[in-house]
Write a protein that binds this ligand. Structure first.
Ligand SMILES: NC(=O)c1ccc[n+]([C@@H]2O[C@H](COP(=O)([O-])OP(=O)(O)OC[C@H]3O[C@@H](n4cnc5c(N)ncnc54)[C@H](O)[C@@H]3O)[C@@H](O)[C@H]2O)c1
Length: 668
C-alpha cells in the first residue's frame, strides 16, 4: 500500500519500483475481453511498445505481465499501475501544480475516470463500451505528472492517450491539444482500429471520454429530454394528449440510461430493455428508472395497465429488446414512440447483444468465436428491424438515436432502406428533431463545471444562467421562443432533478448569444468572488463540433455531409481563440471512421483575458456550424446567421442563393 499523499502520487508519475499486482475487483463493471486480433509478430510489437515506458531492468517481469494481460483481455491496461488514490473530481485547490488551467484539466480527467461516472473505470473507459480516456494506467500517471509540472507557457500534446510531452507555447495557447483515433483514411477499417489499438498506438476517444468533458449521464438527460419531448410533440397536440403514450427503447448504459428519466420528465410511459443486469440495477438504484421487470408476460400486463390509467412511469425490462418488440406485436401493445440506444457504433465487441443468446453466452461467444458472434448479431438485427417495421405499419413513430442502428441493420441485410435505396426508412433524431429545431439555430449542449466542487456554486450558476435566459427571452424572436422556454424550464428544475453525478456540473442547451452571455456573467461573478473558477465546455454532439453523416450532420442535404471540414475548422479556430484545451477525434458515438468530432474546454477565472477569450471563442464555436448549415441551404440556419451578422458587424458569411426546383427538373 502506497504511503504517498494524493499530490505526491500525482507528482511521482511512473513509480520507480514495480507495484504489486492488484486484486481483481468484482464490484467494478469491467470491459468485455477484446478480440484476439494480433499475429504473433504483432503481439511482440505490442509488448515492446508497452515496455517503452519502463527502464530495461524491469522488462523481464513486466513483459510477462503484459503478455498475460494481452492474452486474457486482448489489451494491455497495465492494471498494476492503477493508482492507490481515489479518482474523482476533487476541488481544484487539491491538485498539485503551477498552472490553474492544468489543474482544471486534471480535475476533468479524474471526473471521467470516477467509479460513479465511468462505465469500465479499471479499463479507463468512460462510456459507450469503448470510449477511452487513456489506453493504460501508465499514460494516466504520466499525463497527470506532466500537468502537475507544466506552466502557462507550455502545451501538453496528447496522441490517443499517450502524452507525447510538453512543448513551449504561450499564455493564450491551449494548455493541452488532444487527438484521438486519427488514422490514414485507407487504414481506417474495423479490423485496423482493433489491431492498432491492441498494438497500443491509438484509441477510440468517443466524444467526451478522450477529451475530458464527460459530465455523467446528466449531459444526456437534457438532450434526451429535448429529443423525447419534441418527438412526442410531433404526435400529440397538447400536454394532455401526451399522457399514456408509450415509448419503447433499449439501453440503460452510460448515455442510454437517461432514457427512462427523460421519459418521466416528458410525461410518457417508457419501457427500456437492458441485457446487462448490473447496468439496469445501477439505474434503478439511482432512481432513474422506476420499476424493473424480468418476465415478458408481466411486462405486457404492467404496460397495458399503465396505458389504461395514463400513468407516467418508467419500466426497465431485464432482457433483450428484440424480444420486447416481438412480444408487444403479438400481444397487441401499441407503441407510440420507438427508438434504440444499444451501442451499435461498436457492434462486434459488446455494443449489441443478439437475441437468442443469454448475456453470458454472448460474452463467451464474442471472445471465443467472433465470426459466429457476428452472424448472431446480424440475424438479431434483421429480426429487430422486421419487428420495428410491423409496429410502424401500425402507426409507431420510430427514429434512429444516432447509435448506428439503421446503418448496421442495413449492413446486416435488415429491411430498413427507403424506396430510393439511398436513404433509410426512418429519420435520425437529428434529421427530424435536433437538427432543424436546435442545431440550425445554434442551440446545443453547452455545459460548465464548478471547479470548487461546492454545490452552492452550482446553485448560484444555475440562478445566473436562468436570469440571463429570462432576460434574453424578452427580446428573442418567435422562431426560438419554444427552445428558450424549454431551456428555462430545464434550468429551473435542474436542482430539483438532482442529476449531479461526479463533478458539480450543469448542462444547458443554449445558442451562441446565450452561451456568451451566461459565460460572461459567470466570469463577472468569479471576479467579484461570488463563486469559484468555472470550467466551460460542451458535448461534441453539437452545432459545429461534429461532422457525422448519419447523426449530427444528417440534416445537411447539399452532399457535404460526407465531408469533415467543419469539425477540423472548428477545433483549429477554437485553439487560437483562447480555448484552454482542444480535442479532435476520429470516431465518437456512431463509431470509429464514421465521424470526425471536436471539442474544447475553457477555464473562466474572472480575468480580463478570460472575458476576451470567452466572447471570441464561443462566438466562433457556434457560428462556424451555423454558417455551414446556412450554406447547405438549411432555412433555420440562414435565419440564424443573418441575425448573427446583424448583431456582430465583423461577421460576414457567404449566403446561398436558392434554386427553383422546376428549373432543375427541366434540365435532365
Ligand atoms: N443519448 C444520446 O443522446 C445519444 C446520442 C447519440 C448517440 N447515442 C448512442 O447511443 C448508444 C448508447 O450509448 P451508451 O453510452 O448508453 O452506451 P452503453 O454501451 O453504455 O449502453 C448500451 C447498453 O445497451 C445494452 N444492450 C446492448 N444490446 C442490447 C439488446 N439487444 N437489448 C437490450 N439491451 C442491450 C448494453 O448492455 C448496454 O448497457 C451509443 O451508440 C451512443 O453513441 C446516444
Amino acid at each position: 500500500m502506497s504511503t504517498l499523499t494524493f499530490a505526491q502520487e500525482i507528482q511521482e508519475g511512473i513509480p520507480t519500483h514495480i507495484p504489486l499486482e492488484k486484486p481483481w475487483d468484482l464490484h467494478v463493471n469491467h470491459a468485455p475481453k477484446r478480440k484476439d486480433i494480433l499475429s504473433k509478430e504483432e503481439k511482440k510489437l505490442a509488448i515492446a511498445n508497452a515496455l517503452r515506458y519502463f527502464p530495461k531492468d524491469q522488462h523481464v517481469e513486466l513483459a510477462k505481465d503484459f503478455a498475460e494481460e494481452l492474452k486474457t483481455f486482448g489489451r494491455i491496461y497495465m492494471y498494476r499501475y492503477r493508482p492507490t488514490h481515489a479518482i474523482f473530481a476533487r476541488p481544484i485547490s487539491e491538485y498539485p501544480g503551477k498552472s490553474t488551467q492544468a489543474k482544471a484539466i486534471m480535475l476533468m480527467i479524474q471526473n471521467n475516470l470516477d467509479h460513479a461516472v465511468a462505465q469500465h473505470p479499471h479499463e479507463l473507459i468512460t462510456y459507450g463500451g469503448n470510449g477511452a480516456v487513456f489506453q493504460n494506467w501508465v499514460q494516466y500517471r504520466l499525463t497527470m505528472k506532466y500537468l502537475s509540472e507544466m506552466n502557462d507557457e507550455q502545451t501538453l500534446v496528447m496522441y490517443s492517450g499517450h502524452p507525447m510531452g510538453l512543448f513551449p507555447s504561450h499564455k493564450n495557447a491551449p494548455r493541452v491539444v488532444v487527438t484521438n483515433g486519427m488514422m490514414i483514411p485507407n487504414y481506417s477499417k474495423p479490423d485496423d482500429w482493433e489491431k492498432f489499438n491492441a498494438l497500443g498506438v491509438t484509441q477510440y476517444g468517443q466524444m467526451t471520454a478522450g477529451s475530458y468533458m464527460y459530465i455523467g449521464p446528466q449531459g444526456i438527460v437534457h438532450g434526451t429530454t429535448i429529443t423525447v419531448l419534441n418527438a412526442v410533440r410531433r404526435m400529440a397536440k397538447n400536454r394532455d394528449d401526451i399522457k399514456g403514450k408509450l415509448f419503447l427503447t433499449a439501453g440503460l448504459g452510460g448515455m442510454s440510461g437517461a432514457q427512462p428519466k427523460a421519459g418521466n420528465i416528458a410525461g410518457v410511459i417508457s419501457v427500456t430493455a437492458e441485457v446487462n443486469p448490473k447496468a439496469a440495477k445501477t439505474r434503478h438504484e439511482q432512481g432513474w428508472v422506476d420499476e424493473m421487470i424480468t418476465d415478458l408476460d408481466e411486462l405486457v400486463f404492467r404496460v397495458k395497465k399503465a396505458q389504461s390509467s395514463k400513468e407516467v412511469v418508467s419500466i426497465a425490462y431485464l432482457g433483450n429488446v428484440v424480444d420486447v418488440w416481438e412480444k408487444f406485436d403479438e400481444s397487441g401493445v401499441h407503441v407510440d414512440l420507438g427508438s434504440d440506444q444499444t451501442s451499435l457504433h461498436n457492434p462486434w465487441a459488446g455494443g449489441y447483444y443478439p437475441a437468442g443468446l443469454s448475456f453470458d453466452e454472448a460474452n463467451d461467444l464474442m471472445s471465443n468465436d467472433p465470426e459466429k458472434f457476428k452472424t448472431y448479431v446480424q440475424e438479431s438485427l434483421r429480426r429487430h428491424a422486421a419487428s420495428v417495421n410491423k409496429h410502424t405499419e401500425k402507426g409507431t413513430y420510430f427514429f434512429d438515436y444516432g447509435n448506428a442502428f439503421l446503418l448496421e441493420s442495413s449492413r446486416a441485410g435488415g429491411d430498413v432502406m427507403a424506396e430510393n435505396h439511398i436513404d433509410f426508412k426512418y429519420p435520425s433524431y437529428i434529421q427530424d428533431i435536433l437538427g432543424p429545431m436546435c442545431f440550425d439555430y445554434g442551440f446545443g449542449p453547452f455545459r460548465w463545471v464548478c471547479a470548487s466542487g461546492n454545490p452552492e456554486d452550482l446553485a448560484k450558476t444555475d440562478a445566473i444562467a436562468c436570469r440571463v435566459l429570462e432576460e434574453m427571452m424578452l427580446n428573442s424572436p418567435v422562431e426560438i421562443q419554444q427552445q428558450m422556454a424549454d431551456n428555462i424550464q430545464w434550468i429551473k428544475g435542474a436542482q430539483e432533478n438532482k442529476m449531479v453525478v461526479g463533478s458539480q456540473a450543469r448542462i444547458l442547451y443554449a445558442d451562441a448569444e446565450g452561451r456568451m452571455r451566461i459565460a460572461e456573467a459567470f466570469n463577472q461573478a468569479i471576479a467579484k468572488g461570488e463563486i469559484g473558477v468555472v470550467i466551460l465546455g460542451r458535448d461534441h454532439h453539437d452545432v459545429s463540433g461534429t461532422d457525422s453523416p448519419y447523426r449530427e450532420t444528417s440534416n445537411i442535404y447539399d452532399g457535404s455531409r460526407f465531408t469533415a471540414d467543419m469539425a477540423i475548422q472548428n477545433v483549429i479556430g477554437d485553439s487560437f481563440r483562447g480555448a484552454t484545451w482542444v480535442s479532435i477525434h476520429n470516431g465518437g458515438g456512431v463509431g470509429w471512421g464514421e465521424v470526425i468530432n471536436g471539442g474544447f474546454g475553457m477555464l473562466l477565472d474572472g480575468s480580463a483575458d478570460a472575458d476576451r477569450n470567452l466572447k471570441m471563442m464561443l462566438h466562433w464555436d457556434v457560428n462556424n456550424g451555423i454558417a455551414r448549415r446556412n450554406w447547405a441551404r438549411n432555412e433555420n440556419a440562414i435565419f440564424a446567421i443573418k441575425r448573427a451578422m446583424e448583431i456582430e458587424p465583423n461577421l460576414k458569411v457567404t449566403l446561398p442563393n436558392l434554386v427553383d426546383d422546376q428549373l432543375l427538373n427541366g434540365l435532365f
